[in-house]
Design a protein around this ligand. Sequence first.
Ligand code: NAD
Ligand code: DAU
Length: 358
Amino acid sequence: MTDYFAPRSLLVTGGAGFIGSNFINNFMAGNSGCRVVNLDALTYAGNLENLRAVENSPDYRFVKGDICDSELVAGILEKEKIDAVVHFAAESHVDRSILGPEVFVRTNVLGTQVLLEESRRHWQSAQVENFRYLQISTDEVYGSLGKTGYFTEETPLAANSPYSASKAGADLLVRAYHETFGFPAMTTRCSNNYGPFQFPEKLIPLMIHNILAGKPLPVYGDGLNVRDWLHVKDHSLAVETVLKKGGIGRVYNIGGNNEWRNIDIVNLVCSLMDEKLGNTRCTSNALISFVKDRPGHDRRYAIDASRIRSELGWEPSFTFERGIDETIDWYLANREWSAKVTSGAYRDYYRQMYEGRQ
Ligand code: NAD
Ligand code: DAU
């Protein structure tokens, strides 16, 4: 393990998305004095309203731009004297990758290569003595498990969707940059996140949204696929821990040891929503609708997170009971956020806040 690393000027990519924005909000709350530059292209998944808590901080800067733009990336690295990169930016939704894989390869593979190459040049030009690059990856690169067993960091990559294949391709590039150039890169592979600011195309916010709208709750296949759920704040803290204490060249799995079958999650969300909305007839689960399965649908994910626990001392702090309860409360208290996402009005925020200012 390396010595404790304290970044002074951090480039976060994809910081307007679900996990990136939670990470920036949490990181800036606990690391005052560290500059944070957020580079985000504001695709459909990017929402600057997620960053209201930090947008006026003198330590924070937002740059609207594409990670595939090498000139832009090089300029930010140099001008901002970046000494660490945390790379969240990606196309992240499996179903979209089945409908249109090309943009996944462009952003997730080519975008990562551009970021790696420009970061390597910047690091090698000796502008920064100490440098870290952290690739945010996913447990999906390992493929699918049967009824038993866990993914460890040594599990061979066996991606099954265009999304996970593009993430696995990026992971291999990160590995290659470390092996070939000695580039100080690390990788994290996390399980399914839930929490505030998640785009309502993903299972949990979609179910909450559809219950509120009285719409069907689509459950793919037999509903018995299993995912390991982790609160996004616990993921954010794990990322910060790896950034500061992780070993160069190392991969760290992150997970909540919290496996749920999809149908059980959907039923749980239904009963919590009934309770919170005072629906004494408990009718939300009547909206459940079993639909055609996702092609190539991975059956089960389960993470062995013992490396990050034993080497770096990270532990999740949320029980699922508390996390899911607070998450539903958040979506109920922030219906305007969801409404703006659904109507597309969230896209106006950039124009109102930033146009003419960059
Ligand atoms: P998200 O889709 O909510 O956000 C992605 C962000 O990246 C958006 O703000 C988008 O505007 C930005 N982006 C997309 N293309 C870009 C480009 N070319 N240039 C600059 N910015 C671009 O994703 P998320 O759920 O927050 O996931 C973040 C990262 O974490 C991804 O790399 C994903 O693979 C990984 N991950 C996600 C989960 C999960 O459960 N959501 C779990 C493990 C790992
Ligand atoms: O495991 C980490 C991954 O988790 C991340 O790398 C991805 O970026 C993130 O999107 C997530 O992928 P999943 O495919 O597991 O998440 P999603 O929310 O799309 O689906 C969770 C499970 O629920 C999955 O088995 C498919 C199922 N599902 C999903 C949707 C959207 C349904 O049954 N119905 C639905 O409508």
